[in-house]
Structures are given as C-alpha cells and as structure tokens.
Ligand binder design. Sequence first.
Ligand SMILES: Nc1ncnc2c1ncn2[C@@H]1O[C@H](COP(=O)(O)OP(=O)(O)OP(=O)(O)O)[C@@H](O)[C@H]1O
Ligand SMILES: [Mg+2]
Length: 256
Amino acid sequence: MRNGEIRIRDAGVSYRLYRERVTTLKEAVVQRFRHLRSAEMFWALRNVSLTIPPGDAIAFVGHNGSGKSTLLKTIAGVLQPSEGEVLVQGRISPMIELGAGFDSELTGRDNIYLNGALLGFSRKQMEAKFDGIVAFAELGDFIDMPIKNYSSGMYARLGFAIAQDVEPEILIVDEVLAVGDERFQEKCKARIKDFRTSGVTFVFVSHAHAAVSELCARAAVLHHGRLAFDGHVEQAWERYRELERGPAPGPSAAAL
Ligand SMILES: Nc1ncnc2c1ncn2[C@@H]1O[C@H](COP(=O)(O)OP(=O)(O)OP(=O)(O)O)[C@@H](O)[C@H]1O
Ligand SMILES: [Mg+2]
C-alpha cells in the first residue's frame, strides 16, 4: 500500500443492543445476565467496501445514525471492525469527536503536548510546533485555562489547530468544523485546501452541503450503515435526498 491510502473491504461494525434501561447496579447485573442470551445484534455498518487513493478527498454523507462516525473511527483505528478489514497507511490526524484525546482538567497548553505525545511526537518536537498551534487556534489567554471551561467552538479551534500542525498524511474531519464560527471555518477550509494541494488524503463528514462540495469532488452516501452511493459529490447529494424522501408511492400505496 502507498502512504495516504485507505482500503476498506466488506467492513462491518456490530453492537449488542440492550433495550431496557437500568438504574441500579443490581439491575445492571441481572439484566446483563439475562441479555447475554437475548441481546440483539445491531449493525451500525455493514458490507462497506471502497478504496481511497493517496491525495483523494472524500466526504461521507447520510442521515443521523447512518454510520458515518463509526466508519471514520475504524479508519482512525479507534474502533476495530467486527468483520471485514480497514487498512490504512500513513500518519493520521483524526478530528472525530470534540475533545477526543483531550484531558478536560488540563490547560490548552498541556493538552497540546498530550495530543502531540498521542500522535508520536516528543516534547521537543511539540515545543517547536507550539507557537504555530497557539497562533492558529487564536485562543489568547484561554490557552492557559483548563479546557473544561472551553466552549465547543474553542474545543474545535484547539483540536483543529493541533491536527493541522502534526504533518498528517491522512486528515480526518468529522463535523467538528460546524461548531467553529464563520471566520474560523473559512480558515480551516483554506488550510484543508493547502493540504489537498500537497497531496494529503482528506476524509470528511459533514451535513453542510456547501462545505462538502467545496472540499470534496467525491462523496459516498451511507444509509442505515450501508454504502448507498460512491461517486460525484453532487450526485451523492441527489441520492441522499432521494433516500431521505423514501421510495416513491406505488399503486398499492395509493390504494391504502
Ligand atoms: N457504542 C455504541 N453502542 C451502540 N450503538 C452505537 C454505539 N456507537 C454508535 N452506535 C449506533 O451506531 C449507529 C451509527 O452511529 P454513528 O455515530 O456512526 O452515526 P453518524 O452517521 O455519525 O450520525 P450523526 O450524523 O448523528 O453524527 C447509530 O444507530 C448509533 O446509535
Ligand atoms: Mg457522527
């Protein structure tokens, strides 16, 4: 495989569903025992196959719960597929969940070093990057405040500022840009375009039509965990809307 390449073959992710809510530890133990036999398997993702060549930019679109974040988590390696395989070559910079990889008790400053360590950078290497990250995040004095006091937009700023400075070969961005203000979103989009020019693979999830069309020529539609379309971005949106409308009513439906 080449650096920056992602190969997904028949990937599936299943969860066990426990329907009843538990309120006490005793109930939890009892229900866990009962449900060991009766838990339903729920496939959040099933039979997904696609290849993303190095330097490609692809967006995943689909309804809430269609499996987009699940798929991105398997690409980022934070979730193992229950079946099939997800092969990824190259350094990944994942922005999947707000604050993932952050320690909320620590300051923004300390979290930069923590994230750097998680991504395999030494303290010295992160020291060299530190000023650039802080400048990109534009958090001012908040950089020395525990991040539990950050707003969601501030989390996103810090997260993206780190992600864009760790020399990724694959950049994964799940929705998080949506909570940034307009100016910060524009800045992130400009940075993503730089990455694209320099051949970084880009994987994007967003419900924002304009941002998706601006950043990706290719888009895949996930529908109830299955790949419903993979191709040109505008056709993907059409397919997505069609699926959301549901099947056209036929004669039998009219008779009801
Ligand atoms: N840990 C989990 N345990 C059980 N079910 C889960 C778990 N994580 C996700 N799911 C389920 O998997 C399905 C896919 O979720 P996912 O987060 O991938 O959706 P999504 O396409 O990212 O949605 P959204 O647009 O709302 O972000 C959902 O039905 C969700 O409830
Ligand atoms: Mg999601």
